[in-house]
Design a binder for this molecule. Structure first.
Ligand code: OFO
Length: 170
């Protein structure tokens, strides 16, 4: 059984994950609008991943006897100055999400909720992966600078990303 405090904080994280999905969906349309279909496809996969994160927490709250309360999702930004600017925003966002997950673990420990602590360890590892993936693309975009043909090649590489549901991940 979840404590009221844990239930409330997990509900906030469900909202944060759905907001992540919304933010990246907004980036899908941004990349489409500047003619980068590979970046757009990458962000679409990211959008699906965020929904899966939200649903994973949703299921945990239900399984542990809590009640999911859906809240309004904040309006995301819709334009960025460049692909690098968008990926910088994505990296900042992932760092924020990591801090939220870390805080949730602290709360689970304070509440002596070992099941939720254990459940959240998957998200701790996932956030390392999220920050690494987004950070690597940031680095590539910085190297590319104004080189249009290198950007075209990166776009093709990004377009190969396929969404893998969390249940299929190790
Ligand atoms: Fe859910 O990891 Fe990104 O935000």
């Amino acid at each position: 059984m979840l404590t009221k405090k844990m239930e409330k904080e997990l509900n906030k994280q469900i909202n944060a994950e759905f907001y992540s999905s919304y933010l990246y969906l907004s980036m899908v349309t941004y990349f489409d609008s500047i003619g980068l279909p590979g970046f757009s496809a990458w962000m679409k996969a990211q959008t699906q991943e965020e929904i899966a994160h939200g649903m994973k927490i949703f299921d945990h709250v239900s399984e542990r006897g809590g009640r999911v309360l859906l809240d309004a999702i904040e309006k995301p930004a819709f334009k960025w100055k460049s692909p690098l600017d968008a990926f910088k925003a994505a990296l900042d966002h992932e760092r924020l999400i990591t801090s939220k997950i870390n805080r949730l673990v602290d709360i689970a420990r304070k509440e002596k909720d070992h099941a939720t602590d254990n459940f959240l360890q998957w998200f701790i590892s996932e956030q390392v992966e999220e920050e690494t993936n987004v950070g690597d693309i940031n680095d590539k975009l910085k190297l590319i600078g104004n080189d249009k043909s290198a950007l075209f090649m990166l776009d093709q590489e990004m377009g190969k990303r396929i969404f893998t549901p969390p249940a299929d991940k190790q």
